[in-house]
Design a protein around this ligand. Sequence first.
Ligand code: AMP
Length: 377
Amino acid sequence: MILPGATLGMLGGGQLGRMFVVAARTMGYRTIVLDPDPQSPAGEIADYHLMAEYEDAHALDRLARECAAVTTEFENIPASTLERLALHCIVSPGSLAVSTTQNRIYEKSFLRDHGFPTAPFAFIENEADLVNAFETIKAPAILKVSRFGYDGKGQAKVMAFQEALSAWNAMKREPCVLEGLVPLDTEVSVILARGIDNEMAVYPLSENSHANGVLDITVVPAHVSHELIDEAQTIARKIALHLEYVGVLAVEFFISHGKLLVNEIAPRPHNSGHYTIDACVTSQYEQQVRALCGLPLGETRLLSPVAMVNLLGDLWRNGEPHWEQILKSPRAKLHLYGKREARPGRKMGHYTCLAPTAIEARDEALKIQRELERYCS
Ligand code: AMP
């Protein structure tokens, strides 16, 4: 076990890294964040911000020398970085999980090879693939670039072959996945942690609504059947096993015609798990520390129904949002990530509302969202 007093490294300095740093420092660990951005939200509050690229040999050597263990908040870390660090210190998740999930083609191949249900898909590496894929998948479909896409970026809905071709050209003919656009009953996600001793702790299912491809609101408990909850949690456990996963993992699902389809896997804590900070015995970030350090995993029990709403940069269009709309509610908790520049679509913070029922939590969260919008327009 790595105990408090030791130094933990974080690859990536966004909001997920920041919330890890808060949890780690609360527990008495020292933290070092590697991120090239001088204004990194996690770097700003870590004990030390190593401002360098993720492949910088000197920076990696320093991280390996000073840290007992290193983890990540972001799937685009080069596998070679994880492998280099793993020669000198504990690194989790490992390069297999990160390299599989950072590329949609590898991720979909992994899901197909292990028999997990997904929306229909085909891979595109050349124009002939696009012709064949479009014939098999048919419109409506969604073209997704295989690497570096997130929050609906690097994606295009396509209704006809010509549209798919122009979208692919706009993506500079990068390798892509063409997916059938499935009708959504709803979307859910499972967050779990797996320790080095194979112990697993699974969080309650999150029910997620998106706006413009970005998570808008998460409500827990999810309004879906117990059978679907069990099935989603079982699939997520199996995915963790097959990826030989250690750390916190998120699996996003579509529910289409009452059936679960795996959408994406994230080798890190997840936006739809922010609610665990205010509403669970152990937050996903404390759990990340526990899994990384070989501590027993914490309980995932929900203490209260909860709704979480993302605060995107659009809200800043007329200056600083009216925070009193959140703060005046005794059931709401505001979390801001310290990002200086608010851009449309950029995740600047979130808030959670705790209430006796999921419906009340969601209604309160939506009421606050309407007020925030009203005051900024
Ligand atoms: P992704 O970045 O792949 O998670 O996509 C962002 C959001 O777009 C998802 O959460 C869905 O709301 C929507 N979406 C993506 N792929 C599909 C699909 N094949 N069918 C229906 N909706 C989708």
